[in-house]
Design a protein around this ligand. Structure first.
Ligand SMILES: [Zn+2]
Ligand SMILES: [Zn+2]
Length: 732
């Protein structure tokens, strides 16, 4: 409440000008276009900001100064030279865009905005409130405004071409005039009144140039009509979110004025890049990343990939090295390693993929699975890119490369080690080759450099008729016949069981090389022996058993959930707690699952506890470890028999000898001799499993005393708490 005084200067600010117009205030402009005070003032010729002091002194002299306190406030300055600026009313040229507002709004509705909300919200609102477009600038450089004005009667003409200009001047040279200042300003012609028509001094705002791009780039309408019509409107454009008032607008405004249609069909709006903490990057704050430094450090593919997979394109992106490197490791690194694996063995075998074909009926389940997943990936990437869903497309690629490396290659490794070139080995090679080439083609738009390098080596190197670059290849087409959803689902279920089994192993603290007797799976699904064997092999378990009953291995304990039980049965809480400790865990769980609640009766007082009222803990029985997720329960029998323990030793010994082969620098195919000494227990185990160990480590013989050879490589090991000396020696 109260009163105050507000200072209004209609010639020096938009709000002031609007208020001035509304209340018909005088328009007083004592500053000229150079920013100097005018002749009407006692300070003529002085720069407006330098005159501040003189104005104060003058007011004070005339006893009209109440106070001149110093206070801090924001003030606009030139971003380049820091000169203080003033808002200044001046005559300008406008395009009366308000006249076509309805068409603008209608044309915008034909555009597919990604995200839709920017098209409807930010851009839609901007158009709903569109103002006339001030397009003239008082500068030297720029596209000269094409208006000629008579210096006598004030007549104005807009000239539409050089030809028109030549017609006006009657001088054929005008048809070749350089269309920039100063040359264009020399072109004048006679007005009907006898005066001279001269070009006005203004140039056009460069945003107008940006909106003229679709036709100006082809010099349309003067030439290239077909080309222009072919390319207009654009199928797709992409720019950052700040362009709603910039390029998105200038294109839409000019296209609406000239053609009354939208200049683009699809727009992906990009969010801004921020620093690690979500702050705007700025040079002065020191948190800006130089793109060229980042490119040098992480590589162009890694940076591109980060932006594709990190988040929806329109969201702000927090850019930091850790995140870029994570994607580099997870996707690019995995793809590269899988490619390197193929190359390593294809080189050894001199495998030429052009000499073989994929024969679907001869393929193994793993091959069919990989090719099914590959086609599912191609379909997903294609559909997602077709609908401008960028991170979704990237994720489909990411998941497939993970499947290919961490499942297909992991499971099929030894097929590549097999001797000769049997059908099974050809299948493995052709499957991996096809998968690598296809995923590269699908990923090429996103990681152009790495995919090109892989393509050059895998394809161009062996097939001189292939397109010379991956970027000249067609995008892969999905082969629906190769998609086997049952196969994918079964494998997916096996993988889920394996993940739970691994968690059980970790909890039980039993080394991966120690075989385990049995694993039980309770699930909605069943798997045949093929998948069971995969699970057994992955988890080093002797037998996988599907069961509907895991009661023998797990049980449940119940406690009341105080938040909900408290308010309902406050005074009975003690009795409820007691009763819950006394129930049979498995029986109570069955009741809870079947009836949705546990019921108790305390002296006639009925208590009904639903799942929300209970804290349920799953506990394993002694000797068993269980884990559940998504309706699957896996139980590992961790009781180890002497046979299992011996097998665990054998696996450890093999692993240690393989490690020593590598440390000694032996080639994969080198034959060796092995010596075991200084531990009776280990010696006995090796003796009992001599042939198995010897064949796995490529040993011609195993000795049970210290090896007397200078070239030997010897090391002491702790194997399951047994200290033992192992030696290897390469045979000539
Ligand atoms: Zn400046
Ligand atoms: Zn005239």
């Amino acid at each position: 409440d109260g009163t105050g005084i507000v200072h209004i200067a209609p010639a020096f600010g938009e709000d002031d000008a609007n208020v001035g117009r509304k209340y018909e205030l005088p328009f007083v402009q004592f500053v000229n276009e150079k920013g100097e005070l005018t002749e009407e003032t006692p300070f003529a010729g002085k720069f407006v900001k330098d005159a501040d002091k003189d104005v104060l002194i003058d007011l004070d002299k005339r006893n009209q100064l109440f106070d001149a306190p110093k206070f801090e406030h924001d003030y606009p300055h030139c971003w380049r030279c820091d000169t203080p600026l003033i808002y200044y009313a001046r005559e300008s040229w406008f395009i009366k865009v308000t006249e076509v507002k309805d068409q603008l709004v209608a044309n915008n509705k034909t555009v597919n905005w990604i995200p839709q909300s920017i098209g409807e919200g930010r851009f839609g609102n901007w158009l709903e409130n569109v103002q006339d477009w001030g397009i003239s600038r008082n500068r030297y450089w720029g596209t000269p405004l094409n208006i000629w004005e008579c210096d006598c009667c004030g007549k104005q003409e807009a000239i539409g071409s050089r030809a028109e200009l030549a017609e006006k001047t009657g001088n054929p040279d005008s048809a070749n005039v350089e269309l920039h200042r100063p040359y264009i300003d020399d072109v004048t012609y006679k007005c009907e009144c006898g005066g001279t028509m001269k070009r006005v001094p203004e140039v056009i705002d460069c945003w107008f140039d940006s909106g003229a791009m679709p036709f100006a780039q082809h010099h349309y309408p003067f030439e290239n009509k077909d080309l222009f019509e072919q390319q207009f409107p654009a199928k797709f454009i992409s720019e950052a979110v700040d362009q709603t008032r910039g390029w998105f607008y200038s294109l839409m405004a000019e296209s609406t004025l000239l053609f009354d249609k939208a200049p683009y069909e699809n727009v992906i709006v990009l969010g801004h890049v921020q620093d690690e903490n979500g702050q705007k990057m700025s040079k002065s704050k020191g948190n800006a990343v130089d793109p060229f430094d980042a490119l040098k450090e992480y590589g162009a593919d890694a940076i591109r990939w980060y932006f594709y997979i990190n988040s929806a394109p329109w969201l702000p992106n927090r850019f930091h090295g850790k995140a870029v490197m994570e994607g580099q490791r997870k996707f690019l690194g995995t793809l590269w390693n899988t490619y390197a694996f193929y190359v390593l063995y294809a080189d050894i075998d001199e495998f030429d993929p052009t000499k073989y074909s994929l024969d679907y009926d001869k393929l193994s389940v793993m091959d069919k699975w990989a090719l099914s997943k590959m086609n599912t990936m191609v379909k997903a990437v294609d559909e997602n890119l077709g609908n401008y869903r960028i991170p979704e497309a990237a994720r489909a690629l990411d998941e497939f490369v993970d499947d290919l490396s961490n499942w297909y290659v992991r499971r099929c490794r030894d097929r590549f080690w097999a001797k000769g070139m049997e059908q099974d080995k050809i299948n493995a090679y052709m499957t991996l080759y096809t998968a690598l080439v296809t995923v590269c083609k699908a990923a090429a738009p996103m990681i152009p450099f790495m995919t090109e390098e892989i393509y050059q080596n895998l394809v161009v190197n062996v097939d001189k008729t292939a397109p010379e670059s991956i970027h000249l290849c067609d995008f892969p087409e999905v082969d629906e016949k190769m998609i086997d959803s049952t196969l994918e689902e079964n494998m997916d279920n096996a993988l889920k069981a394996i993940v739970l089994g691994r968690a059980c192993r970790n909890e039980s603290n039993i080394k991966n090389r120690q075989p385990i007797g049995k694993m039980f799976i309770k699930a909605e699904f069943d798997l045949n022996d093929y998948y069971k064997e995969i699970i057994e092999d992955e988890l080093n378990v002797k037998e996988v058993v599907f069961t509907q009953e895991v009661k023998d291995f797990t049980s449940y304990t119940f406690k009341p959930q105080l938040k909900t039980v408290g308010p309902k049965y406050g005074k009975l809480l003690g009795k409820i707690k007691q009763a819950l400790t006394e129930v049979d865990g498995n029986e109570a769980m069955d009741t809870l699952n079947a009836e949705g609640a546990l019921k108790f009766n305390f002296d006639g007082e009925e208590v009904v506890l639903s799942k929300e009222d209970l804290l349920i803990d799953e506990a394993s029985q002694e000797g068993y470890v269980a884990n559940s997720d998504n309706g699957i329960t896996v139980v590992l029998d961790t009781n180890l028999t002497p046979e299992l323990i011996e097998e665990g030793f054998v696996r450890e010994i093999i692993s240690k000898i393989q490690t020593m082969r590598k440390e000694a620098g032996y080639e994969v195919m080198d034959k060796i001799e092995v010596a075991v000494s200084n531990n009776d227990k280990v010696t006995e185990i090796v003796k009992a499993n001599k042939d198995k160990i010897a064949s796995e480590v490529l040993a011609n013989d195993i000795y049970f005393e210290s090896l007397d050879k200078d070239s030997k490589y010897e090391k002491e090991w702790n194997i399951n708490a047994e200290m033992v000396t192992l030696a290897v020696n390469k045979l000539a």
